[in-house]
Ligand binder design. Sequence first.
Ligand code: C5P
Length: 240
Amino acid sequence: MKKRLNPADRLIVALDVPTAPEALHWVRRLKKCGVTRFKVGSELFTAAGPEIVKKINAKGGRVFLDMKYFDIPNTMAGAVRQAAKLKPFLINVHALAGPRAMRECAKALKKAGGGAKLIAVTILTSFDAAELEKANIKAPTQKTVVNLTRAALDSGLAGVVASSEEIAKLRQRFGEKFLVGTPGVRPAWAAKNDQVRTATPLKAIKDGADYIVVGRPILSARRPADAAKKIIEEIETASG
Ligand code: C5P
């Protein structure tokens, strides 16, 4: 059974910043208004290394290590094994890396322990149908996301990253027992930036997301703490 999460624990703030001091500044600032989960992705990890995950843990934050591993099975499994040592609560890989790679990663994580859940990115929320076609993925986006989710769950993963446009379909097909993390979340008052398949926090949670990932609507807001608080309130409304 999935645990029922607190509304504040369902917001993951994407720390897309170039230095460790900046990231830690955000952790300190946002923890004060109830944020508990933070995402470390390629930019911050490349700049600040594994130490940043340990530092956020030490400050009492929980980390989603968003490295979106995509490689041959052996290399991906090795990366997952190393990621587990940093004690994040969530790790991800690309479902397009294939079932064999995902199975190897799930096995590696189980063996490594540490309690992290492994989820798979399906189709990035910045993709629209035209761009997908250029990447030679000709099936409709939703169908592709459903197929990649089936492959991820069959390979032993705990869930997927998917846009709000696909959550309802995924819940209908695969039930409630797997995790869905949804980026591309844009409150009504925020700019879309480069995200295409977007939804408000209210809609994403109502549709069945367990976690929403939000970066620029908080980090670029005039009043970031207020923006985070408003999003947590919206999650509360949607889940109540
Ligand atoms: O600033 P914004 O709210 O668009 O940030 C979204 C975050 O979620 C980024 O860090 C991005 O890397 C991540 N992400 C995404 N789409 C996915 C998976 C992760 O936008 N499918």
